[in-house]
Design a protein around this ligand. Structure first.
Ligand code: NAD
Length: 483
C-alpha cells in the first residue's frame, strides 16, 4: 500500500463532490447499518475475543448505541445539511445571509481498544454525515475488532472514500505526518499530546477524546432504597463497562465517613448478585485487554502502601486476564492508584477528609464527575464550582448514550465533543455566506473620514437607528473626537 498515493486519490475523490451529495451520505449510513446487522455475530465474536465482552454488554455499549446513532443521523441528515438563514442588522438593507455547513475534506480517525467497534464507528457516522472522506485507524490492541473492520467494512461502504488502515504506534505516527483536514483522536492524554503537536505543522483542527480520573461523590443518601439504587449504579458504572476499562467509568468514590461501612457491605452484596460468588467464572464481566495492562493494574494493587486497603476482592488470574471486582478503602492519596487513571476493575473509596469540591478542583479537569446525592444545594454548587466534560447526578456513564448531549472532555480530558448533531458539527465548517444588492449602500463606510461618519458608525454598532436618523436629519449634533 502506498499511503501518499492513496490519500491523493481520496482527495481527488473528495474534490469530485461525490461525498458531498446527500444521497451518498445517506447510502453510506444505510450501508453501515447493514454492516452492523449482518455482521452482528462477527462483532460479538471479535469483542469477546479481544475483551471477553458478553454479547449483551457488547450490544448495550457498542452495537446498540451505534444503531441508535445511525438512525438518529438518518432521521436528521436533511436538517443538519440544510443552510440556515442568518439575521442581519437593519442597516444592511437588501442584504441576505445564511450559514452553509461544508465538509472539511479528508479526515483521520484514530480510535482506542476498549470499545473498539463503538469508538471507531461513532465518529465515522459524524464524518460521513458531514460529507468527508475518512481514514480510520482502529487500535492494534483489539486486533480481532480491528481486522473485522478492515476486512468487512470495505465490502459495505464506498472504499474510495472510507479506508481502514490497521496498525500500532508506528502506523499512527506515519499517518500523523500526513496532511489532514481534521484529526479525531480517542485515546490517552499521552498520545493526545503527540496528535496535537503533529497537527501544528498544517494547523489541522483536532478533536481529542481523552481520559483521566472520573470521581463520584456520595453524599447524604438516607433511605435504604436510594442507597441500594446508588450502589447498583456504581457497580455497573465501574465494573460494568469493559471491566472498568472505560474513559467515563467511575475511577474513585468520595464518601462521608458515616456511610463507608454500609457502602462497603452493600457493594459486597451487589457485586456478588451481579457477578456471582465466584466472579472468575462469570461471563458478565470483561477481561483485561492484554498482559501489559494486566501487569499495570496488578502493580497498582500490589503497591506496598496500597495492599492493606483492599476490603473486597483483589484476586487475579493472569492466564485468563481476569481481575476480580475489587474495593479499596482509603489507599494513600500519593499512591499511583490515586494519581493515575485506573482503567480497570479497582474501586478506591476515599473517606472525605475535606470538601469534595476542593478535592476535585485540585486535580486535572475530569471527563466526567458523578454525584449520588439528593442535596440540591450541593448539586448546584457542583455545577457552578467544578469543571468537567459532563456531570451526572445519581447515576454514571449514561451521558454517553443520548444523541442530544455533546460528549467530550475539557482541559486534560479532551478538546471538542461529538454525538448526534455535535458529531456533524465537529466534522463540518459552518460557512457564512452573505449576499448584497447594488441598490442600497452604507455610504459612510467610505473615506474621507470625519466625525459625522464616526458618529454614524457608533450608532450603527449600538443598533441605535433612531439616533442615526436624528443625526442624518441634522436633529442631533455629531460627537466631536479630537485626537
Ligand atoms: P492510546 O493513546 O495508547 O492509543 C489510542 C490510539 O492511538 C490507538 O489506535 C493507538 O494505536 C494509537 N497510537 C498509539 N501510539 C501512537 C503514536 N505514537 N502515534 C500515533 N498513534 C498512536 O490509548 P488506548 O490505550 O487505546 O486507550 C486508553 C485511553 O484512552 C485511556 O486514557 C482512556 O481514558 C482513553 N479513552 C478516552 C475515550 C473518550 O471518549 N474520551 C474513550 C476511550 C478511551
Amino acid at each position: 500500500m502506498n499511503l501518499e498515493r492513496d490519500l491523493g486519490d481520496m482527495r481527488a475523490y473528495y474534490r469530485s463532490g461525490k461525498t458531498k451529495e446527500a444521497s451518498w451520505r445517506k447510502l453510506q449510513l444505510q450501508r453501515l447499518k447493514a454492516f452492523l446487522k449482518e455482521k452482528e455475530r462477527d462483532i460479538y465474536r471479535a469483542l469477546n475475543q479481544d475483551l471477553g465482552k458478553h454479547h449483551v454488554e457488547a450490544f448495550r455499549d457498542e452495537l446498540g448505541v451505534l444503531q441508535k446513532s445511525i438512525n438518529f443521523a438518518l432521521q436528521n441528515l436533511k436538517e443538519w445539511m440544510s443552510s440556515k438563514k442568518a439575521k442581519l442588522p437593519a442597516v444592511a438593507v437588501l442584504s441576505y445571509a445564511e450559514i452553509v455547513p461544508e465538509p472539511l475534506g479528508l479526515v483521520l480517525i484514530i480510535s482506542s481498544w476498549n470499545f473498539p467497534i463503538g469508538l471507531s464507528l461513532e465518529p465515522l457516522i459524524g464524518a460521513i454525515a458531514a460529507g468527508n472522506t475518512v481514514v480510520l485507524k482502529p487500535s492494534e490492541l483489539a486486533s480481532a475488532s480491528s481486522s473485522l473492520l478492515a476486512n468487512a467494512l470495505p465490502t459495505y461502504i464506498d472504499s474510495k472514500a472510507i479506508k481502514v488502515i490497521e496498525g500500532g504506534p508506528a502506523v499512527g505516527e506515519h499517518l500523523l505526518q500526513q496532511k489532514w483536514d481534521k484529526i479525531f483522536f480517542t485515546g490517552s492524554t499521552r498520545v493526545g499530546r503527540m496528535v496535537m503537536s503533529a497537527a501544528v505543522k498544517h494547523l489541522t483542527p483536532i478533536t481529542l477524546e481523552l481520559g483521566g480520573k472520573c470521581p463520584a461523590i456520595i453524599d447524604s443518601l438516607t433511605s435504604s432504597w436510594d442507597k441500594e439504587a446508588a450502589v447498583k449504579r456504581i457497580i455497573v458504572s465501574k465494573y460494568g463497562p469493559c471491566a472498568g476499562q472505560a474513559c467515563i467509568a467511575i475511577d474513585y468514590l468520595l464518601v462521608e465517613e458515616k456511610f463507608t461501612s454500609t457502602l462497603v457491605e452493600l457493594l459486597k452484596v451487589h457485586i456478588k448478585k451481579m457477578f456471582g460468588e465466584n466472579p472468575r467464572k462469570s461471563n458478565s464481566i470483561a477481561r483485561i485487554i492484554n498482559k501489559h495492562h494486566f501487569s499495570r493494574l496488578k502493580n497498582l494493587l500490589n503497591d506496598p502502601i496500597v495492599k492493606d486497603s483492599i476490603v473486597y476482592g483483589g484476586s487475579m488470574d493472569e492466564a485468563n486476564l481476569f481481575i476480580e471486582p475489587t474495593v479499596l478503602l482509603d489507599p494513600p492519596l500519593q499512591a499511583a492508584i490515586m494519581t493515575e487513571e485506573i482503567f480497570g476493575p479497582l474501586l478506591p473509596i476515599i473517606t472525605r477528609i475535606e470538601d469534595s469540591i476542593d478535592f476535585i478542583n485540585s486535580r486535572p479537569k475530569p471527563l466526567a464527575i458523578y454525584a449520588f446525592t439528593k442535596n440540591e444545594r450541593l448539586q448546584r454548587r457542583m455545577v457552578s464550582e467544578t469543571s468537567s466534560g459532563s456531570i451526572v447526578f445519581n447515576d454514571a456513564v449514561i451521558q454517553f448514550v443520548p444523541d442530544t448531549l455533546p460528549f467530550g472532555g475539557i482541559g486534560e480530558s479532551g478538546i471538542g465533543s461529538y454525538h448526534g448533531k455535535f458529531s456533524f458539527d465537529e466534522f463540518s465548517h459552518h460557512k457564512p455566506v452573505a449576499r448584497r444588492s447594488y441598490l442600497s449602500e452604507i455610504w459612510f463606510r467610505f473615506p474621507p473620514w470625519n466625525n459625522y461618519k464616526l458618529q454614524l458608525f457608533e450608532l450603527v454598532y449600538n443598533y441605535d437607528y433612531l439616533g442615526m436618523l436624528l443625526v442624518i436629519l441634522g436633529l442631533k449634533r455629531p460627537r466631536k473626537v479630537a485626537i
